[in-house]
Design a protein around this ligand. Structure first.
Ligand SMILES: [Zn+2]
Length: 473
């Protein structure tokens, strides 16, 4: 809730709000805290400064965000939040917008506050056109209570292992309440029945994939989704992956909404993709330096949000082309002179897509690293829902290295996937696994490294000690 500033003389409500004395103190102290945390090597300071600022001034988030001329854009959903907001930030940068962005991915209310406070000047506050926030699905209504969110972009809503307890419905309700609270403009994935049916009565715009050029589409792990009108299980004319595709309800007239902006003739390669972006009557040939249909959806989501924020088609196309990958999301590195692609995996849908990209590269070697720390999810049964079978079906089965605390579970998973048991090498220590994989890499081959979240953090430290920096370091 944005409150007017009553401590300043005059007290008249203006669009560009002044800050209260406690807001200013909160910014100052939180910035000092962030600086100290980094100086002492205690982390990125992406959350604690936010907590401190909120303690000192509970209105700091609402007052700072209310200073921006064009308001707040939120990106939420199960997969692709960081990549989508990263691509959107690139497009907005190309288009000449200034904005505050929680680019370190701390996406709960404290992380969002911390990032905004970092971008602020203690005396005058935020001087930016807008705020771009990646927001955790469950945190959206919490943030919406404090911040007027103009636009909410939703990527997708996948079931994960938690969904056995009905988490998906809860998440959908939380997102929908966040949108309704602010009467936000909703940018929704038409192809995901869990997303396109989220808010029936609000201002909605849709994006979707119209056609995919080749047979990149595997419907083997199609996921269930339901009609919000009659409760029947939806059917598909076309499935792209998971529950994403051209859906319809066989029991009533409900179906995939017609998208306002579409990607056509999508082609995905091992490390990039290409598609025609259709906005109204104009069509742009777009190249995206990211592989996988999931990234085409991320790009399309970002392009749609940018369009409704008034960005030109040319700036959208250029922003897509210029996008540099985020930390561990299809990030391309060179280690010891050898090419490595790092793709974070954290749930079945994401892992399936990562594997789909990898099998397109016939010079790929693979290292999969699985931990089961809290940030990875304690329960690794999701490995059984991801389509690792594709690897076993790929023509050449080279040796495959599995690592991390749950290396053995991953080895068992690959055996059941049909991978030759004598080709699976189990090396729990990540450093040894990486050394072995790099040593075995032949001229022309690329190492595909798929870590879970805390393996990715370990990898980042390991690479730092080898003099290779990943983004965000
Ligand atoms: Zn129906």
């Amino acid at each position: 809730m944005v409150e007017t500033n009553r401590t300043e003389p005059g007290g008249t409500e203006s669009r560009e709000k002044n800050l209260t004395v406690s807001d200013k103190a909160a910014v100052l102290v939180a910035q000092l805290a962030a600086g100290t945390i980094r100086k002492l090597g205690l982390g990125l300071g992406s959350n604690l400064p936010g907590r401190i600022a909120r303690k000192l001034s509970p209105t700091v988030l609402s007052n700072l965000s209310a200073q921006t001329k064009k308001g707040v854009v939120a990106v939420t959903g199960t997969n692709g939040k960081s990549t989508t907001s990263g691509i959107l930030s690139e497009i907005l940068r190309v288009a000449g917008f200034t904005f505050a962005h929680n680019r370190q991915g701390a996406n709960l209310v404290t992380g969002i506050t911390a990032s905004l406070v970092e971008s602020a000047n203690w005396a005058s506050g935020i001087k930016a056109d807008l705020c771009l926030f990646e927001i955790d699905e469950a945190a959206l209504p919490v943030v919406a209570r404090e911040v007027k969110i103009e636009t909410v972009l939703v990527t997708n809503l996948f079931r994960d292992q938690l969904d056995r307890f009905g988490e998906l419905d809860t998440t959908a309700k939380l997102i929908s309440s966040g949108i309704v609270k602010n009467h936000s403009r909703a940018i929704l994935n038409a192809d995901d029945p869990n997303v396109s049916q989220l808010v029936p009565d609000e201002s909605r715009f849709f994006y979707g994939i119209e056609s995919v050029k080749e047979a990149t589409v595997s419907s083997s792990n199609q996921e269930l989704a339901y009609c919000s009108k009659c409760g029947a299980e939806v059917a598909f004319h076309n499935v792209f992956y998971g529950q994403l595709g051209h859906w319809y309800c066989p029991s009533c007239e409900n179906s995939r909404p017609k998208p306002n902006i579409v990607a056509k003739d999508v082609e995905v390669f091992a490390t990039s993709s290409r598609f025609k972006l259709q906005i109204g009557s104009s069509e742009e040939d777009c190249v995206l330096p990211l592989p996988g249909l999931f990234n085409v959806y991320n790009a399309l989501a970002a392009a749609t949000a940018a369009h409704y924020m008034g960005v030109s088609n040319q700036a959208i196309r250029y922003g897509l082309k210029e996008y540099n990958t985020l930390f561990g999301r299809s990030e391309k590195l060179v280690i010891d002179g050898k090419p490595v692609i790092v793709q974070l995996i954290k749930n079945p849908a994401g892992a399936t897509q990562a594997v789909s990209s990898c099998v397109k590269d016939d010079k790929a070697r693979l290292l999969i690293a699985i931990n089961d720390n809290l940030a990875d999810g304690r329960d690794v049964s999701w490995l059984w829902d991801a389509d690792f079978e594709q690897l076993a079906k790929a023509a050449a089965q080279t040796s495959l290295v599995v690592s991390g605390q749950r290396a053995e579970d991953m080895a068992v998973r690959m055996k059941y996937a049909g991978y030759a048991a004598d080709k699976i090498v189990c090396v729990p220590k990540l450093q040894e696994a990486l050394e072995l994989s790099l040593n075995e890499l032949k001229e022309g081959e690329t190492l595909w490294l798929m870590p879970t979240y805390t393996c990715l953090l370990d990898l980042q430290k390991l690479l730092k000690s080898m003099g290779v920096s990943m983004s965000c370091t």
